[in-house]
Design a protein around this ligand. Structure first.
Ligand code: PMP
Length: 438
Protein backbone atom coordinates (compact mmCIF):
# COMPACT_ATOMS: atom_id res chain seq x y z
CA UNK A 1 0.00 0.00 0.00
CA UNK A 2 1.26 3.46 -0.86
CA UNK A 3 1.97 5.93 1.94
CA UNK A 4 2.09 8.89 -0.46
CA UNK A 5 -0.72 11.42 0.08
CA UNK A 6 -2.00 12.09 -3.46
CA UNK A 7 -4.20 15.08 -4.23
CA UNK A 8 -6.99 12.83 -5.53
CA UNK A 9 -6.94 10.63 -2.49
CA UNK A 10 -8.58 7.58 -4.05
CA UNK A 11 -6.75 7.53 -7.37
CA UNK A 12 -4.19 4.99 -8.43
CA UNK A 13 -1.52 6.63 -10.52
CA UNK A 14 1.00 5.09 -12.89
CA UNK A 15 4.59 5.35 -11.65
CA UNK A 16 6.79 7.70 -13.70
CA UNK A 17 9.91 5.70 -14.42
CA UNK A 18 11.52 7.47 -17.36
CA UNK A 19 11.36 10.24 -19.91
CA UNK A 20 12.24 10.53 -23.57
CA UNK A 21 11.78 13.92 -25.23
CA UNK A 22 8.06 14.68 -25.32
CA UNK A 23 7.18 11.33 -23.69
CA UNK A 24 6.85 10.15 -20.11
CA UNK A 25 7.35 6.41 -19.57
CA UNK A 26 5.72 4.52 -16.72
CA UNK A 27 7.07 1.58 -14.75
CA UNK A 28 5.25 -0.83 -17.09
CA UNK A 29 6.97 0.70 -20.12
CA UNK A 30 3.90 2.58 -21.41
CA UNK A 31 4.64 5.85 -23.19
CA UNK A 32 2.55 9.00 -22.65
CA UNK A 33 2.79 12.07 -24.87
CA UNK A 34 3.19 14.81 -22.29
CA UNK A 35 1.11 17.78 -23.38
CA UNK A 36 -0.13 19.10 -20.12
CA UNK A 37 1.88 18.62 -17.00
CA UNK A 38 0.68 22.10 -15.97
CA UNK A 39 2.90 23.76 -18.59
CA UNK A 40 6.12 22.74 -16.87
CA UNK A 41 8.12 20.40 -19.12
CA UNK A 42 8.81 22.87 -21.90
CA UNK A 43 12.07 21.22 -22.99
CA UNK A 44 10.81 17.65 -22.78
CA UNK A 45 12.09 15.07 -20.33
CA UNK A 46 15.65 14.27 -21.36
CA UNK A 47 17.39 17.50 -22.25
CA UNK A 48 21.15 16.75 -22.12
CA UNK A 49 22.28 20.34 -21.44
CA UNK A 50 20.02 20.70 -18.42
CA UNK A 51 20.87 17.26 -17.05
CA UNK A 52 24.58 18.05 -17.35
CA UNK A 53 24.15 21.42 -15.61
CA UNK A 54 22.31 19.81 -12.68
CA UNK A 55 24.89 17.03 -12.33
CA UNK A 56 27.78 19.47 -12.49
CA UNK A 57 26.27 21.77 -9.89
CA UNK A 58 25.50 18.98 -7.41
CA UNK A 59 29.10 17.87 -7.66
CA UNK A 60 30.44 21.41 -7.22
CA UNK A 61 28.18 22.78 -4.46
CA UNK A 62 24.57 21.78 -3.84
CA UNK A 63 23.52 24.33 -1.23
CA UNK A 64 24.71 27.54 0.35
CA UNK A 65 22.25 29.67 2.31
CA UNK A 66 21.66 33.05 0.66
CA UNK A 67 21.91 34.75 4.05
CA UNK A 68 25.63 34.06 3.78
CA UNK A 69 26.57 33.49 0.15
CA UNK A 70 25.34 33.88 -3.40
CA UNK A 71 26.29 31.39 -6.14
CA UNK A 72 27.62 31.53 -9.68
CA UNK A 73 24.49 30.06 -11.33
CA UNK A 74 22.16 32.41 -9.40
CA UNK A 75 24.18 35.44 -10.48
CA UNK A 76 24.41 34.29 -14.11
CA UNK A 77 20.71 33.42 -14.29
CA UNK A 78 19.67 36.81 -12.90
CA UNK A 79 21.89 38.52 -15.50
CA UNK A 80 20.40 36.45 -18.32
CA UNK A 81 16.80 37.07 -17.24
CA UNK A 82 17.36 40.81 -16.86
CA UNK A 83 19.06 40.94 -20.28
CA UNK A 84 15.92 39.59 -21.93
CA UNK A 85 13.26 41.03 -19.61
CA UNK A 86 10.72 43.60 -20.73
CA UNK A 87 10.77 47.20 -19.55
CA UNK A 88 12.87 48.14 -16.59
CA UNK A 89 12.88 44.88 -14.66
CA UNK A 90 16.31 44.83 -13.09
CA UNK A 91 16.43 42.56 -10.04
CA UNK A 92 15.54 38.90 -9.62
CA UNK A 93 14.46 37.22 -6.39
CA UNK A 94 14.57 33.43 -6.71
CA UNK A 95 12.04 31.18 -5.00
CA UNK A 96 10.99 27.54 -5.31
CA UNK A 97 7.74 27.83 -7.28
CA UNK A 98 4.83 29.90 -8.48
CA UNK A 99 2.94 30.49 -5.23
CA UNK A 100 6.15 31.60 -3.54
CA UNK A 101 6.71 34.07 -6.37
CA UNK A 102 3.26 35.65 -6.13
CA UNK A 103 3.40 35.77 -2.32
CA UNK A 104 6.76 37.50 -2.52
CA UNK A 105 5.36 39.97 -5.07
CA UNK A 106 2.50 40.97 -2.78
CA UNK A 107 4.83 41.42 0.18
CA UNK A 108 7.34 43.36 -1.90
CA UNK A 109 4.63 45.76 -3.09
CA UNK A 110 3.58 46.35 0.49
CA UNK A 111 7.11 46.94 1.72
CA UNK A 112 7.86 49.29 -1.19
CA UNK A 113 5.02 51.61 -0.20
CA UNK A 114 6.08 51.52 3.46
CA UNK A 115 9.63 52.43 2.44
CA UNK A 116 8.46 55.40 0.37
CA UNK A 117 6.15 56.71 3.06
CA UNK A 118 2.77 55.61 1.71
CA UNK A 119 1.66 53.20 4.44
CA UNK A 120 -2.03 53.48 3.56
CA UNK A 121 -1.46 51.55 0.33
CA UNK A 122 -2.49 48.03 1.27
CA UNK A 123 -5.13 46.81 -1.20
CA UNK A 124 -4.43 44.37 -4.01
CA UNK A 125 -6.94 44.23 -6.84
CA UNK A 126 -6.98 41.10 -8.99
CA UNK A 127 -9.43 39.47 -11.42
CA UNK A 128 -12.21 36.98 -11.06
CA UNK A 129 -11.43 33.61 -12.65
CA UNK A 130 -7.69 33.95 -12.11
CA UNK A 131 -5.26 31.71 -10.26
CA UNK A 132 -2.16 32.95 -8.48
CA UNK A 133 -1.26 30.00 -6.28
CA UNK A 134 -2.48 27.94 -3.36
CA UNK A 135 -0.81 29.55 -0.34
CA UNK A 136 -3.18 31.79 1.57
CA UNK A 137 -1.95 35.17 0.25
CA UNK A 138 -1.78 33.96 -3.34
CA UNK A 139 -5.17 32.28 -2.96
CA UNK A 140 -6.59 35.56 -1.66
CA UNK A 141 -5.42 37.32 -4.79
CA UNK A 142 -6.77 34.59 -7.06
CA UNK A 143 -10.38 34.66 -8.14
CA UNK A 144 -11.03 30.95 -8.61
CA UNK A 145 -14.19 30.34 -6.60
CA UNK A 146 -13.73 26.59 -6.45
CA UNK A 147 -10.21 26.73 -5.03
CA UNK A 148 -11.11 29.49 -2.57
CA UNK A 149 -14.41 28.15 -1.26
CA UNK A 150 -13.47 26.30 1.91
CA UNK A 151 -10.76 28.79 2.93
CA UNK A 152 -12.83 31.93 2.46
CA UNK A 153 -12.96 32.87 6.15
CA UNK A 154 -9.16 32.74 6.37
CA UNK A 155 -8.33 34.68 3.23
CA UNK A 156 -7.04 38.23 3.20
CA UNK A 157 -9.59 40.62 1.77
CA UNK A 158 -8.70 41.45 -1.80
CA UNK A 159 -11.08 42.66 -4.46
CA UNK A 160 -11.65 41.36 -7.96
CA UNK A 161 -12.66 42.91 -11.24
CA UNK A 162 -13.82 41.13 -14.40
CA UNK A 163 -11.34 39.09 -16.43
CA UNK A 164 -10.83 39.89 -20.11
CA UNK A 165 -12.71 36.82 -21.37
CA UNK A 166 -13.92 37.68 -24.83
CA UNK A 167 -15.51 34.35 -25.76
CA UNK A 168 -17.83 34.16 -22.77
CA UNK A 169 -18.35 37.73 -21.70
CA UNK A 170 -18.17 40.11 -24.68
CA UNK A 171 -21.71 41.10 -25.68
CA UNK A 172 -22.58 40.70 -29.34
CA UNK A 173 -22.31 44.01 -31.16
CA UNK A 174 -19.46 45.36 -29.03
CA UNK A 175 -16.06 45.40 -30.76
CA UNK A 176 -13.21 43.41 -29.19
CA UNK A 177 -11.28 46.59 -28.62
CA UNK A 178 -14.16 48.40 -26.92
CA UNK A 179 -14.86 45.37 -24.77
CA UNK A 180 -11.20 45.27 -23.66
CA UNK A 181 -11.20 48.98 -22.79
CA UNK A 182 -14.46 48.64 -20.89
CA UNK A 183 -13.31 45.76 -18.72
CA UNK A 184 -9.89 47.40 -18.19
CA UNK A 185 -11.70 50.51 -16.98
CA UNK A 186 -13.21 48.41 -14.20
CA UNK A 187 -9.77 48.71 -12.63
CA UNK A 188 -10.05 52.48 -12.51
CA UNK A 189 -13.52 52.27 -10.99
CA UNK A 190 -12.30 49.83 -8.34
CA UNK A 191 -9.28 51.97 -7.48
CA UNK A 192 -11.58 54.98 -7.02
CA UNK A 193 -14.06 52.95 -4.99
CA UNK A 194 -11.35 51.78 -2.58
CA UNK A 195 -9.62 55.18 -2.53
CA UNK A 196 -6.61 55.52 -4.81
CA UNK A 197 -4.26 56.28 -1.89
CA UNK A 198 -5.07 52.83 -0.41
CA UNK A 199 -4.37 50.63 -3.45
CA UNK A 200 -0.91 49.14 -3.82
CA UNK A 201 -1.11 46.71 -6.72
CA UNK A 202 -3.11 45.12 -9.51
CA UNK A 203 -2.28 41.49 -10.28
CA UNK A 204 -3.15 39.58 -13.46
CA UNK A 205 -2.05 36.75 -15.75
CA UNK A 206 -1.36 38.03 -19.29
CA UNK A 207 -2.84 34.77 -20.60
CA UNK A 208 -5.13 33.11 -18.05
CA UNK A 209 -4.07 29.51 -17.59
CA UNK A 210 -5.41 27.08 -15.04
CA UNK A 211 -8.74 28.73 -14.34
CA UNK A 212 -10.01 29.56 -17.81
CA UNK A 213 -7.84 27.56 -20.20
CA UNK A 214 -5.43 29.74 -22.19
CA UNK A 215 -7.42 32.97 -22.49
CA UNK A 216 -5.39 35.92 -23.79
CA UNK A 217 -6.61 39.49 -23.34
CA UNK A 218 -7.85 41.37 -26.39
CA UNK A 219 -5.72 43.97 -28.17
CA UNK A 220 -5.26 47.15 -26.14
CA UNK A 221 -6.48 45.74 -22.82
CA UNK A 222 -3.12 45.62 -21.05
CA UNK A 223 -2.05 48.98 -22.50
CA UNK A 224 -5.09 50.53 -20.82
CA UNK A 225 -4.35 48.61 -17.58
CA UNK A 226 -0.80 49.97 -17.61
CA UNK A 227 -2.09 53.52 -18.12
CA UNK A 228 -4.50 53.23 -15.20
CA UNK A 229 -1.80 51.82 -12.89
CA UNK A 230 0.53 54.68 -13.83
CA UNK A 231 -2.16 57.29 -13.37
CA UNK A 232 -2.92 56.18 -9.80
CA UNK A 233 0.59 55.10 -8.73
CA UNK A 234 -0.50 51.46 -8.46
CA UNK A 235 2.10 48.73 -9.11
CA UNK A 236 1.34 46.29 -11.91
CA UNK A 237 2.18 42.69 -10.96
CA UNK A 238 2.03 40.26 -13.86
CA UNK A 239 1.80 36.57 -13.01
CA UNK A 240 3.53 34.68 -15.82
CA UNK A 241 4.02 31.56 -13.73
CA UNK A 242 2.18 29.49 -16.32
CA UNK A 243 2.16 31.58 -19.49
CA UNK A 244 5.73 32.89 -19.29
CA UNK A 245 9.14 31.54 -20.29
CA UNK A 246 8.48 31.08 -23.98
CA UNK A 247 5.12 29.33 -23.67
CA UNK A 248 3.18 31.90 -25.72
CA UNK A 249 5.83 32.40 -28.41
CA UNK A 250 7.65 35.19 -26.54
CA UNK A 251 10.13 34.66 -23.73
CA UNK A 252 7.84 36.83 -21.59
CA UNK A 253 4.11 36.73 -22.34
CA UNK A 254 3.62 40.48 -21.81
CA UNK A 255 5.99 41.18 -24.73
CA UNK A 256 2.99 40.40 -26.93
CA UNK A 257 0.95 43.14 -25.27
CA UNK A 258 3.72 45.73 -25.60
CA UNK A 259 3.77 46.59 -21.90
CA UNK A 260 5.99 45.81 -18.94
CA UNK A 261 5.06 45.30 -15.29
CA UNK A 262 6.68 46.67 -12.14
CA UNK A 263 6.86 43.15 -10.74
CA UNK A 264 6.85 39.92 -12.75
CA UNK A 265 6.38 36.37 -11.45
CA UNK A 266 7.71 33.34 -13.33
CA UNK A 267 8.09 29.64 -12.45
CA UNK A 268 7.09 26.37 -14.23
CA UNK A 269 8.97 26.73 -17.54
CA UNK A 270 11.87 28.45 -15.79
CA UNK A 271 13.09 25.15 -14.41
CA UNK A 272 11.27 23.09 -17.05
CA UNK A 273 10.64 20.49 -14.33
CA UNK A 274 14.32 19.66 -13.88
CA UNK A 275 14.31 21.55 -10.59
CA UNK A 276 11.61 23.37 -8.61
CA UNK A 277 12.24 27.07 -9.12
CA UNK A 278 10.37 30.33 -9.56
CA UNK A 279 11.37 33.97 -9.56
CA UNK A 280 10.02 37.41 -8.88
CA UNK A 281 11.55 40.22 -10.91
CA UNK A 282 11.19 43.91 -10.05
CA UNK A 283 12.35 47.29 -11.24
CA UNK A 284 15.35 49.15 -9.83
CA UNK A 285 12.92 51.75 -8.46
CA UNK A 286 11.40 49.17 -6.11
CA UNK A 287 14.68 47.52 -5.20
CA UNK A 288 16.40 50.86 -4.56
CA UNK A 289 13.62 52.03 -2.25
CA UNK A 290 14.32 49.04 0.00
CA UNK A 291 18.10 49.22 -0.34
CA UNK A 292 18.10 52.94 0.51
CA UNK A 293 15.42 52.52 3.17
CA UNK A 294 15.41 49.69 5.69
CA UNK A 295 17.99 47.77 3.66
CA UNK A 296 16.22 44.46 4.22
CA UNK A 297 13.40 42.72 2.32
CA UNK A 298 11.24 41.36 5.11
CA UNK A 299 10.65 38.01 3.45
CA UNK A 300 12.53 34.79 2.73
CA UNK A 301 12.57 31.02 2.47
CA UNK A 302 15.36 28.56 3.18
CA UNK A 303 15.79 27.48 -0.43
CA UNK A 304 15.76 30.85 -2.22
CA UNK A 305 18.47 31.03 -4.89
CA UNK A 306 19.22 27.32 -4.56
CA UNK A 307 22.41 26.63 -6.56
CA UNK A 308 21.18 23.42 -8.22
CA UNK A 309 17.81 24.94 -9.09
CA UNK A 310 19.38 28.08 -10.53
CA UNK A 311 21.94 25.99 -12.45
CA UNK A 312 19.10 24.01 -14.03
CA UNK A 313 17.20 27.19 -14.91
CA UNK A 314 20.33 28.81 -16.31
CA UNK A 315 20.66 25.88 -18.70
CA UNK A 316 16.93 26.03 -19.53
CA UNK A 317 16.95 29.75 -20.33
CA UNK A 318 20.22 29.23 -22.23
CA UNK A 319 18.49 26.60 -24.41
CA UNK A 320 15.54 28.91 -24.98
CA UNK A 321 17.53 31.95 -25.98
CA UNK A 322 20.30 30.23 -27.95
CA UNK A 323 17.91 28.01 -29.93
CA UNK A 324 15.21 30.70 -30.22
CA UNK A 325 12.65 28.29 -28.83
CA UNK A 326 10.01 31.02 -28.39
CA UNK A 327 10.19 31.54 -32.18
CA UNK A 328 9.64 27.81 -32.70
CA UNK A 329 6.74 27.89 -30.22
CA UNK A 330 5.01 30.62 -32.26
CA UNK A 331 5.22 28.51 -35.44
CA UNK A 332 4.25 25.18 -33.87
CA UNK A 333 1.48 26.91 -31.91
CA UNK A 334 -0.25 27.97 -35.13
CA UNK A 335 -0.03 24.38 -36.37
CA UNK A 336 -1.60 23.11 -33.15
CA UNK A 337 -4.42 25.65 -33.43
CA UNK A 338 -5.16 24.65 -37.06
CA UNK A 339 -5.05 20.94 -36.24
CA UNK A 340 -7.41 21.38 -33.28
CA UNK A 341 -9.86 23.44 -35.32
CA UNK A 342 -9.79 20.86 -38.13
CA UNK A 343 -10.41 17.94 -35.76
CA UNK A 344 -12.73 19.45 -33.17
CA UNK A 345 -14.05 22.73 -34.58
CA UNK A 346 -17.42 21.20 -35.50
CA UNK A 347 -17.92 19.13 -32.35
CA UNK A 348 -21.27 20.14 -30.79
CA UNK A 349 -19.71 20.53 -27.34
CA UNK A 350 -16.61 22.44 -28.39
CA UNK A 351 -17.40 26.12 -27.91
CA UNK A 352 -14.01 27.72 -28.39
CA UNK A 353 -10.46 26.79 -29.36
CA UNK A 354 -8.00 29.51 -28.40
CA UNK A 355 -4.66 30.48 -26.97
CA UNK A 356 -1.27 31.70 -27.96
CA UNK A 357 1.86 29.77 -28.92
CA UNK A 358 1.96 26.31 -27.40
CA UNK A 359 -0.60 27.30 -24.78
CA UNK A 360 -4.01 26.27 -26.12
CA UNK A 361 -7.40 25.88 -24.55
CA UNK A 362 -10.60 24.14 -25.60
CA UNK A 363 -13.79 25.28 -23.88
CA UNK A 364 -16.53 22.69 -23.61
CA UNK A 365 -20.16 23.81 -23.59
CA UNK A 366 -23.65 22.33 -23.59
CA UNK A 367 -24.74 24.44 -26.52
CA UNK A 368 -22.53 26.34 -28.94
CA UNK A 369 -25.11 29.10 -29.44
CA UNK A 370 -25.82 29.91 -25.80
CA UNK A 371 -22.24 28.99 -24.73
CA UNK A 372 -23.78 27.51 -21.56
CA UNK A 373 -21.25 25.47 -19.56
CA UNK A 374 -21.65 21.73 -19.10
CA UNK A 375 -23.37 20.47 -15.97
CA UNK A 376 -20.55 20.13 -13.42
CA UNK A 377 -22.19 16.98 -12.05
CA UNK A 378 -21.20 15.22 -15.29
CA UNK A 379 -17.52 15.61 -14.36
CA UNK A 380 -16.56 15.80 -18.03
CA UNK A 381 -13.10 17.32 -17.49
CA UNK A 382 -12.05 14.56 -15.13
CA UNK A 383 -13.42 11.85 -17.45
CA UNK A 384 -11.51 13.28 -20.43
CA UNK A 385 -8.31 13.35 -18.41
CA UNK A 386 -8.77 9.65 -17.60
CA UNK A 387 -9.69 8.68 -21.15
CA UNK A 388 -6.72 10.59 -22.56
CA UNK A 389 -4.35 8.92 -20.11
CA UNK A 390 -5.67 5.54 -21.25
CA UNK A 391 -4.88 6.61 -24.84
CA UNK A 392 -1.34 7.57 -23.79
CA UNK A 393 -1.84 11.34 -23.67
CA UNK A 394 -1.31 13.67 -20.75
CA UNK A 395 -3.42 16.80 -21.14
CA UNK A 396 -4.83 19.15 -18.53
CA UNK A 397 -8.63 19.17 -18.43
CA UNK A 398 -10.04 21.40 -15.74
CA UNK A 399 -13.22 22.72 -14.33
CA UNK A 400 -13.12 26.48 -14.45
CA UNK A 401 -15.57 29.01 -13.12
CA UNK A 402 -17.97 30.92 -15.27
CA UNK A 403 -20.76 33.07 -13.89
CA UNK A 404 -20.14 31.42 -10.54
CA UNK A 405 -20.83 27.98 -12.06
CA UNK A 406 -18.32 25.36 -12.98
CA UNK A 407 -17.40 24.96 -16.61
CA UNK A 408 -15.04 22.54 -18.33
CA UNK A 409 -12.04 23.18 -20.49
CA UNK A 410 -8.94 21.36 -21.65
CA UNK A 411 -5.55 23.01 -21.50
CA UNK A 412 -2.80 21.85 -23.85
CA UNK A 413 0.79 22.84 -23.16
CA UNK A 414 3.09 20.56 -25.14
CA UNK A 415 6.90 20.75 -24.95
CA UNK A 416 8.53 23.34 -27.21
CA UNK A 417 10.36 20.53 -29.03
CA UNK A 418 7.12 18.95 -30.29
CA UNK A 419 7.27 17.79 -33.94
CA UNK A 420 4.54 17.71 -36.60
CA UNK A 421 3.89 13.99 -36.13
CA UNK A 422 3.43 14.47 -32.40
CA UNK A 423 0.95 17.29 -32.99
CA UNK A 424 -1.09 14.79 -35.05
CA UNK A 425 -0.72 12.22 -32.28
CA UNK A 426 -1.83 14.73 -29.62
CA UNK A 427 -4.88 15.90 -31.56
CA UNK A 428 -5.83 12.34 -32.57
CA UNK A 429 -5.64 10.97 -29.03
CA UNK A 430 -7.45 13.97 -27.56
CA UNK A 431 -10.25 13.73 -30.13
CA UNK A 432 -10.69 10.05 -29.29
CA UNK A 433 -10.82 10.83 -25.58
CA UNK A 434 -13.40 13.58 -26.07
CA UNK A 435 -15.54 11.38 -28.34
CA UNK A 436 -15.43 8.64 -25.72
CA UNK A 437 -16.81 10.99 -23.05
CA UNK A 438 -19.20 13.39 -24.81
N1 PMP B 1 0.21 31.42 -10.78
C1 PMP B 1 -0.25 30.80 -11.88
C2 PMP B 1 -0.71 31.63 -13.03
C3 PMP B 1 -0.28 29.41 -11.96
O1 PMP B 1 -0.76 28.81 -13.05
C4 PMP B 1 0.20 28.66 -10.86
C5 PMP B 1 0.21 27.12 -10.89
N2 PMP B 1 -0.70 26.52 -11.70
C6 PMP B 1 0.66 29.34 -9.73
C7 PMP B 1 0.67 30.71 -9.72
C8 PMP B 1 1.17 28.59 -8.53
O2 PMP B 1 2.36 27.95 -8.82
P1 PMP B 1 2.87 26.70 -7.94
O3 PMP B 1 1.90 25.60 -8.16
O4 PMP B 1 4.24 26.41 -8.48
O5 PMP B 1 2.92 27.17 -6.54
Amino acid sequence: MSHVFPRHTNSELPIAAGGDGCYLIDALGRRYLDCGDAAVSCLGHSNPAVIKAVQGQVEQIAFAHTGFMTSEPAEALADLLVEHAPGELDRVYFVSGGSEATEAAIKLARQYFLEIGQPDRRHVIARRQSYHGNTLGALSAGGNAWRRAQFAPMLIEMTHIAPCYEYAEKPEGESSFDYGQRVANELEAEILRLGSETVMAFMAEPVVGATLGAVPAVEGYFKRIREICDQYGVLLILDEVMCGMGRTGHLFACDHDGIAPDILCIAKGLGAGYQPIGAMMCTAKIFDAIRDGSGFFQHGHTYIGHPVATAAALAVVGEMTQRDLPGRVAIMGEKVQSALVAALGQHPNVGDIRGRGLFRGIELVTDRDTKAPLDPALGVAGKIKKAALAEGLICYPMSGTRDGRLGDHILLAPPFIIEDAQIDEMVGKLSKAIEAVI
